[in-house]
Design a protein around this ligand. Structure first.
Ligand code: DAH
Length: 341
């Protein structure tokens, strides 16, 4: 047995492959499932016990050397001249493939999600074609209420009743509240629709990221601190925030949040129209009616919610001056975000 192993060791040491066929032959003969090394392992059971350790080690050395040899020639042949037709990939293009870039909306959406993920927010998604309950009624917009005028949309007739293209991703928050017991801490990113004439400042679809936090003893101070953290992460450490009273049917109290203008650092410029602040989102404490509509005990739990338009944040971050650019697919526009991954 030992002589046989010695013989094979010298065979391995002397081996040289000139092409892939020879290398494959070598592999099958030595390392294949019916190869010589396998045969040694089979014969191994006949080796007297006192020699088992030594012979076992020798076989293992042989196996390692054969494998090393195989690897050595594999990389030599791959890097050297391609003698075999199998080495050529005839399906590869002759010209290099041009790499695309991420869309600015995706870049900014991912950044928002990243910032909130660091303080424990998960991501939840829902349908773009929604029923009246999830988009309006559960959120305290009764039928015929004038608040619905702020969010006119496109209606779709279907067998399950009339549906609408969702006007905000607050509808996803309703779905989450209906199906999850608090504490809830989630972000709902997605595309939303409004019946608006298309212009530089408005579009019939855009993207939002909305956030929801529901637990015991959540207060307005928690909302303010969370949004301040977000503003500083997104626009820089020196950013200041300002909350102005506002109205949304689903939050009480409600506010609009402004951030100090990142273009002029709050000195006044034509981007902030000399107001030193820019409005970036709506927010507030979730109205107890909304909690009850979704089966959450409003005596035990409180929560806050906020929602922002991704296009708006991207406009401020990259100084984009026309909303239509985002959906025109013009490569000259999109190429400018190559480095911004
Ligand atoms: N859904 C609102 C909109 O689309 C934005 C918003 C305001 C969302 C306040 C919220 C909120 O979650 O609390 O205009």
């Amino acid at each position: 047995m030992k002589e046989k192993i010695d013989e094979l060791l010298s065979e391995v040491a002397a081996f040289k492959a000139e092409n892939n066929e020879q290398l494959e032959d070598f592999r099958i003969k030595l390392l294949g499932s019916k190869g010589k090394i396998k045969a040694l392992f089979v014969d191994f059971k006949n080796v007297p016990n006192e020699q088992k350790k030594e012979v076992g080690q020798l076989i293992n050395t042989l196996k390692v050397k054969a494998q090393d040899k195989l690897d050595e020639f594999k990389s030599k042949l791959a890097g050297g001249d391609h003698t075999s037709a199998n080495d050529m990939d005839l399906t590869r293009t002759a010209t290099p493939v041009k790499l695309g870039s991420r869309h600015p909306i995706s870049i900014v959406r991912n950044e928002i999600i990243d910032i909130f993920a660091r303080i424990g927010f998960t991501v939840s998604e829902g349908p773009e074609v929604e029923d009246d309950w999830h988009n309006f009624s559960a959120l305290n917009f009764p039928p015929e209420h004038p608040a619905r005028d702020m969010q006119d949309t496109f209606f779709v007739e279907s067998e399950e009743g009339d549906m609408a293209l969702r006007t905000h991703t607050s509808s996803v928050q309703v779905r989450i509240m209906e199906n999850t017991a608090p504490p809830i801490r989630t972000l709902s990113p997605g595309r939303v629709y409004r019946n608006e004439a298309i212009s530089a400042r408005a579009h019939c679809f855009f993207h939002q990221v909305e956030g929801l936090y529901i637990a015991e003893n959540v207060s307005f101070a928690d909302l303010k601190q969370t949004l301040m953290y977000f503003a500083k992460e997104m626009f820089g450490e020196k950013t200041k925030i300002r909350l102005r009273p506002s109205y949304f049917p689903f939050t009480e109290p409600s506010a609009e949040m402004d951030v100090s203008c990142s273009v002029c650092s709050g000195k006044g410029c034509n981007v902030c129209k000399y107001t030193r602040y820019l409005e970036i989102m709506g927010c507030g404490m979730v109205d107890p009616n909304v909690l009850e509509n979704c089966g959450i005990d409003s005596k035990k739990y409180t929560g806050f919610a906020f929602g922002m338009g991704v296009e708006r944040i991207a406009m401020l971050k990259y100084k984009v001056n026309d909303l239509r650019l985002y959906s025109e697919g013009d490569v000259r526009f999109l190429e400018q975000f190559k480095a911004a991954f």
